[in-house]
Design a protein around this ligand. Structure first.
Ligand code: FEO
Ligand code: CA
Ligand code: CA
Length: 522
């Protein structure tokens, strides 16, 4: 259903008609102002325009690591940290993966596209592997631990199974690493999203090239755009990395793993661009993502359509090989009739019902300024199914108190945590003023406030919170604070000075306290 056609009354009917789970938003919270007022009283200092991480009562945060902090003898923590994922080693130690999505030339070496500047930028994007230890109730990075290392914009990374793309079996670097995931065999998945900002993009059917805008790297390193836009698998234990070609090439936001009823692995991924698509990949075997079939979503008819030359013969009219089908996945999905979406961001799976939640952040061109969350229910609740039903779970906007949902995380009690991404340019302007800076929100799955959208934290100026990730016991929430001060034009007067009241620094924080535990430790 087209969101613009959903009146408020229809939305209530829509939500009221869904199954009795977390997805049944309390009609009271949506229909009357009283619950909203109650929320405001509860955290009356939120939303906020302060240049700080402003938290609900009974919460505090520690700064874990910031851009530029050393992680070993030769590398520093990268820029614009995003997705966070953890592999627990024991009660007190974890291996953490953190994405570094993109560089802001002004804060690195400057806008001039010299080799020196670009090399500095290449060393700050990609991702970081860090060993963390909990000592005296605080998580700390174990500086110089042998596991600490960067996988960066200049790291040589092979395509899986020796596949050759544009004449090479390897890509130089991983870039635009936005969200990600973790496989059932404990490797990290990092998603290459806005690759066009670095190397531009090539369009198969029109045979045309769109160069990157300011800040691109192709003038010094003319690598083919086809080497980017993939999901990269990183094994932190043996340093093996590979670009997973079968999962397709587009602006991957996330790579959220699930299992079919017969044990194969399913990876859900959204393409974060206006009118692009939702995808899922079903693996051939239970222990590898190298082989399998990629599908795109037709949410009008509830069908997953295979991006496969043999299963979808119409693709043969355009493409010569299966490699081209997945390399130009956007064009393939369009040919198949996938349903254009309002910028699919994170995808998360309800831990109790198995329903798939997709954040559709906004689509201003279509008049969707506040976004929504779509809920997909696979047929027979089997992620291996090729049919599904879907409906809008939540509409962003003034009534729901949330705008531009982006990253999400379910805790063990199925409370849904959401971070927002109102763009730096839009923050504080008429349509968005009520929401303050970007924030962290929770929708409780039970209790007095079940189904309400409650703001938990507000980000510093120009920043968004990204990569929400709970500690193994869920007593802490790791969170990225990405791009504080990104609207800065002059380093002498930055728009934000978080966290140290100097130049702004993207950082990972750890949120903890009784209020968090009131949700996660019930
Ligand atoms: Fe990098 Fe779609 O956010
Ligand atoms: Ca995002
Ligand atoms: Ca976003």
């Amino acid at each position: 259903m087209n969101k613009e056609h959903l009146s408020r009354r229809n939305l209530l009917k829509f939500i009221g008609g869904s199954s009795v789970t977390l997805s049944t938003l309390s009609p009271i919270s949506l229909m009357t102002g009283c619950e909203t007022i109650k929320n405001k009283k509860k955290n009356s200092h939120l939303p906020s325009f302060k240049d700080d991480v402003v938290l609900a009562d009974e919460l505090s945060y520690d700064l874990l690591i910031s851009w530029g902090d050393p992680i070993n003898q030769s590398e520093v923590f990268g820029f614009n940290n995003d997705h966070i994922n953890l592999i627990p080693l024991n009660d007190k130690e974890v291996i953490m993966w953190v994405n570094h999505e993109y560089h802001h030339p002004l804060f690195v070496g400057g806008w001039e596209r010299t080799k020196e500047n670009i090399d500095m930028e290449r060393a700050l994007v990609g991702g970081s592997i860090l060993k963390l230890k909990k000592a005296a109730n605080n998580w700390q990075v174990v500086l110089n631990d042998p596991m600490n290392k960067g996988v960066r914009g200049d790291t040589k990374i092979p395509f899986h199974n020796d596949i050759k793309i544009k004449g090479s079996k390897n890509a130089i670097g991983t870039i635009a690493n936005c969200s990600g995931g973790k496989t059932p065999w404990n490797t990290f998945l990092t998603c290459e999203e806005n690759y066009h900002l670095f190397y531009g993009d090539y369009h198969y059917q029109t045979k045309s090239f769109t160069p990157p805008k300011n800040g691109g790297w192709n003038s010094i390193y003319p690598h083919p755009p086809e080497h980017y836009g993939w999901v990269v698998e990183v094994n932190p234990f043996n340093d093996e990395t590979k670009k997973l070609i079968s999962l397709g090439r587009f602006a991957h936001e996330s790579a959220t793993c699930h299992k079919t009823k017969d044990g194969r692995v399913v990876v859900y991924s959204g393409d974060d661009k206006e009118d692009e698509f939702i995808y899922k990949f079903i693996s051939k075997t239970n222990d590898s993502l190298d082989e399998g079939v990629l599908y795109c979503a037709d949410t009008i008819n509830g069908r997953w359509l295979p991006l496969d030359l043999e299963l979808s013969p119409e693709l043969k009219k355009v493409f010569d090989s299966q490699l081209d089908v997945v390399t130009y996945a956007r064009e393939s999905a369009k040919i198949l009739g996938a349903t254009p979406q309002n910028r699919p961001e994170d995808i998360e799976i309800h831990p109790k019902t198995g329903e798939i939640f997709v954040a559709l952040t906004n689509n201003k061109k279509k008049g969707d300024f506040h976004g929504s969350i779509l809920k997909i229910q696979e047929n027979n609740n089997d992620p291996g199914s090729l049919t599904f039903e879907s409906e809008t779970f939540l509409l962003g906007g003034l009534e729901s108190n949330i705008s531009c949902p982006d990253n999400m995380a379910f805790d063990q009690n199925a409370n849904l945590w959401i971070t927002t991404d109102i763009s730096g340019k839009a923050l504080g302007t008429a349509k968005y003023k009520k929401f303050g800076n970007n924030g962290l929100f929770v929708i409780p799955s039970s209790g007095e406030h079940q189904g309400e959208v409650i703001q938990v934290a507000s980000a510093p100026i120009d920043a968004e919170f990204t990569g929400p990730c709970f500690s193994p016991d869920q007593k802490e929430l790791f969170l990225s604070v990405q791009h504080p001060g990104e609207m800065t034009k002059d380093l002498k007067s930055p728009t934000s000075t978080w966290p140290n009241r100097e130049i702004p620094k993207p950082s990972v924080i750890v949120i903890k306290g009784k209020y968090l535990e009131s949700f996660t430790q019930r």
